[in-house]
Design a protein around this ligand. Structure first.
Ligand code: SPV
Ligand code: MG
Length: 288
């Protein structure tokens, strides 16, 4: 269960990014125990920017594909909730219907902009954002894990602001805090952990401070590491290489050994089951 993974005090857990059914299935086969439905990656896979260009219903549809293709719990990147408290609670209700296990809401304003673009995003008012969290909690209660994401460090507002926000969001009913940082070392994150005293479990997204060994996170008492966009970024490189080579070579013989076989696809999505079902449901006299 996602709640157990995130709230476990003694074990560091990991969520792998997924943006569609295929990336979810691959992450499950790599033995991950939970998924992060990344707003950036879903937007990218749809050909949109991570700037609220994909609608909330497109995100919900993408989450449904992810949920359908794996048994893993899915924490959904809900951005800021796509508006005010009312939009946020509607999003949460629809995510619950589609089988998500949790939602992360960030204290940004609509329309949002990816955290790593620019360096001083407007932050939501603390009370207004707390209202969004309370509305979601009142709507989905314990059915979804509610993660409150703090953009204060990312947006250059400093540690005191981040801590004030963490306390307010805990009081508003968040189950966990996601503290985001744009630094290339984990110093800010470790400093936050020292001051926060683990009053709620903390999730991190080490996209920029990727050189930090996970032992640092264990020692700091972090609950969950999110590998937020790496399947999507890997797919970009792989697809680009293949497209460039096929275009240049006007032949696919050279790249065959670098790409998945058709059998792999048939195995991954269990085509055998379909053949068995055909026998069972389409034969004239089943059982004879
Ligand atoms: C995402 O994966 O969409 C995230 C993480 O929100 S980040 O892009 O680092 O903001
Ligand atoms: Mg996002």
């Amino acid at each position: 269960m996602l709640r157990d993974q995130i709230c476990s005090r003694n074990e560091l857990s990991f969520l792998m990014e997924a943006h569609d059914g295929l990336s979810a299935a691959i992450a499950e086969r790599a033995s991950f125990k939970g998924l992060w439905a990344s707003g950036l990656s879903i937007a990218c896979s749809l050909g949109y920017r991570d700037a609220s260009e994909a609608s909330w219903s497109q995100i919900v549809d993408a989450v449904e594909r992810i949920v359908d293709s794996t048994r893993l719990p899915v924490l959904v990147d809900g951005d800021g909730g796509f508006g005010n408290f009312n939009n946020a609670r509607l999003l949460a209700r629809k995510l619950r219907q589609r089988g998500a296990a949790g939602v992360a809401l960030e204290d940004s304003c609509f329309p949002k902009m990816n955290s790593f673009i620019g360096d001083r995003h407007p932050l939501a008012d603390i009370d207004e954002f707390s209202g969004r969290l309370r509305a979601v909690k009142d709507t989905v209660a314990e059915d979804l894990v509610l993660v409150a994401r703090i953009e204060a460090l990312i947006a250059g507002h400093g540690m005191d602001e981040a801590l004030v926000r963490a306390s307010a969001y805990a009081a508003a009913g968040a189950d966990a805090i996601l503290i985001h940082s744009r630094r290339t070392a984990a110093d800010e994150i470790v400093a936050f952990m020292r001051a926060w005293h683990n009053r709620l479990p903390v999730l991190i997204v080490p996209t920029k401070y990727y050189r930090t060994p996970v032992s640092v996170y264990r020692k700091a008492g972090i609950s969950t590491v999110i590998w937020a966009n790496h399947s999507m970024r890997a797919a970009i490189v792989a697809m680009r290489q293949v497209c460039n080579r096929i275009f240049a070579e006007e032949n696919t013989a050279g790249i065959e050994s670098n790409i998945a076989t058709l059998d792999e696809i048939f195995e991954m999505f269990n085509y055998n089951e379909l053949a068995r079902a055909e026998l069972r449901y389409q034969s004239p006299n089943p059982g004879q």
